[in-house]
Ligand binder design. Structure first.
Ligand SMILES: Cc1cc2nc3c(=O)[nH]c(=O)nc-3n(C[C@H](O)[C@H](O)[C@H](O)COP(=O)(O)OP(=O)(O)OC[C@H]3O[C@@H](n4cnc5c(N)ncnc54)[C@H](O)[C@@H]3O)c2cc1C
Length: 504
């Protein structure tokens, strides 16, 4: 039974999809999950059934066997992820991994690559893995050490990768390798390339399988590449385009992770509702106790908010609007919110919450991963700020009058600069003045302003702040303030000050 919200802007196909996936979650995923928890066996039947339904084709164009318009949208993808995560978070690993894995082939593959692999990926006949992380690097993804060296018509790959979801299961492994040691390439993120390595390639081995905290039944492998030869046709895009390929699908990955968090949050709330409405304490059900109601109310609030965040961003993406900030906020906020929700769900279950016979214990363990994977939340938090600030600064810049010709020159310009900086000091003694604000106020082009600023800097009258070699901020020094105006011009005393007794 679908218990989530079907948003007003969803089309008929998306509404039907929500019911269909809810049915699959209730009747297949939930039926099997306890057994998988116990045995940790890989649920091949989930793959087969999701494949038959065509859900793996969410991002594959119809001409290559994909779902096409209507359902084949970011919204459709999020609906599937949310609902299967409500069934069990581990199901997400089996769905999103292959989609993120194959997305570079859809986005950048040659016609030959697309025809060869996409139809089989759409039906779940083939699975893909994303192969980035190594024992030598994790969050610092640009620091990949695995090498791919061209030789004739082939590349030879050497290195190790770890934590690879579906490693050993996936037939297609999209592997990111270093193809250049040139510091200039490294500086421009042109040192990496992406390759498809097929299961069974000589020298390509599963070295180990990790034993994780949660999401039992999933597979995370260490992969070893020992002189693995692959044809040049398996390179995605050009040599040096690896970073571009790697970062291209990040919005989809982030919104996908967030939609999984919505589904798992709903699962935790529903399990909690089933428990607290049937447990009696102090002559009332737990659901009637104000403290429990507060916790449950907050779970619902958080979950509805993250759902809205996910589907609003997904809708914008379906309209062709790029929403890096929305997707990054959704990833951080949804995963943090989920973690709080599953912990509260355990709390509402009391001692039973700590036991394995209720699902919330599993949900708690299964949820932690997504605060770490798909970009650790701390990195995403930095990114949210950087993306927001970039937009804000661009808006501020756009609102300024463009200066194409300077209205003052020579000594007069220098004087005006010092005057502006000393006025600015009176209002904002701690701050630097922005270069663009100075250009507008003084009617100077950027080039002329920089020239004059460098001249007054040489006289030690201003301190300049530079970013990537260019001046961005300026502030009058003590010497500059002293030389520009007499001390009296800087003096200011509010009315409440007794000028006779307090000022000297
Ligand atoms: C179950 C599982 C499945 C995975 N599946 C895949 C997969 O399919 N393919 C793949 O390539 N990788 C996969 N990964 C790897 C995953 O993407 C990395 O674990 C993740 O990027 C973090 O890297 P790391 O573990 O090396 O942690 P580190 O990079 O060592 O970071 C450790 C912690 O330090 C902090 N930190 C690090 N850098 C910063 C920073 N710049 N600012 C602030 N804080 C920081 C964060 O809190 C972070 O969690 C998987 C991992 C797990 C656990």
């Amino acid at each position: 039974m679908y218990t989530g919200e079907k948003y007003l802007w969803w089309n008929e196909a998306e509404r039907k999809l929500a019911d269909e996936v809810a049915d699959f979650s209730d009747n297949v995923i939930r039926r099997d999950v306890d057994e998988i928890e116990r045995t940790k066996k890989f649920p091949w039947n989930w793959f087969e059934e999701m494949g038959k339904k065509g859900w793996y084709g969410a991002f594959i164009p119809e001409e290559y066997g994909g779902m096409g318009q209507g359902i084949g949208s970011t919204t459709g993808f999020c609906i599937i992820l949310e609902e299967i995560a409500r069934g069990a978070p581990v199901a997400v690993d089996f769905y999103e991994t292959t989609i993120y894995g194959y997305s570079p082939i859809v986005r950048f593959g040659t016609e030959e690559q697309k025809r060869k692999w996409l139809p089989k990926l759409a039906t779940g006949e083939l699975f893909a893995a994303i192969v980035i992380t190594e024992p030598f690097m994790g969050s610092d993804a640009a620091n990949i050490q695995t090498t791919a060296v061209p030789q004739g018509d082939e590349y030879i790959i050497n290195g190790k990768k770890r934590f690879i979801t579906l490693g050993g299961i996936a037939n297609l492994n999209v592997v990111y390798c270093k193809t250049s040691d040139d510091p200039e390439d490294r500086k421009n993120h042109r040192h990496l390339s992406a390759f498809v390595v097929e299961k069974g390639a000589p020298g390509f081995k599963v070295e180990a399988i990790h034993d994780p905290m949660g999401r039992f039944g999933s597979r995370h492998a260490v992969l070893n590449f020992d002189d693995v030869r692959i044809p040049k046709e398996n390179r995605i895009l050009n040599e040096g385009d690896g970073w571009k390929v790697l970062t291209d699908a990040l919005n989809i990955e982030r919104i996908g992770v967030a939609s999984g968090a919505v589904g798992t949050s709903r699962s935790a709330i529903e399990a909690t509702a089933d428990y607290v409405t049937r447990r009696v304490a102090f002559n009332q059900t737990l659901a009637e106790i104000p403290g429990v109601q507060t916790m449950c109310g907050d779970m619902v609030t958080r979950t509805n908010l993250i759902s809205l965040l996910v589907y609003y961003s997904a809708h914008k993406m379906d309209l062709g609007i790029d929403v890096p900030l929305g997707c990054t906020i959704a990833k951080v906020f949804a995963t943090q919110s989920l973690m709080k929700t599953v912990l509260d769900a355990v709390q509402c279950h009391g001692g039973d919450g700590y036991m394995r016979n209720y699902p919330v214990e599993r949900l708690m363990r299964d949820s932690k991963l997504i605060e770490i994977g798909a970009g650790a939340n701390e990195l995403m938090q930095h990114l949210v700020w950087r993306l927001w600030l970039k937009d804000y600064m661009a808006l501020r810049s756009a609102s300024r009058k463009p200066i194409t010709q300077s209205s003052i020159t020579g000594h007069a310009a220098k004087e005006k600069i010092m005057e502006a900086l000393s006025d600015f000091y009176c209002q904002h003694p701690a701050l630097y003045m922005e270069r663009e604000e100075m250009m507008e106020r003084l009617g100077l082009t950027g080039e002329d302003l920089d020239k004059h600023l460098e001249a007054v800097e040489a006289e030690k009258l201003v301190a300049l702040y530079r970013k990537r070699g260019g001046i961005t901020l300026a502030k009058a020094t003590y010497e500059g303030l002293k030389k520009t105006k007499p001390q009296e011009d800087y003096m200011f005393f509010p009315d409440f000050v007794d000028k006779e007794r307090e000022i000297f």
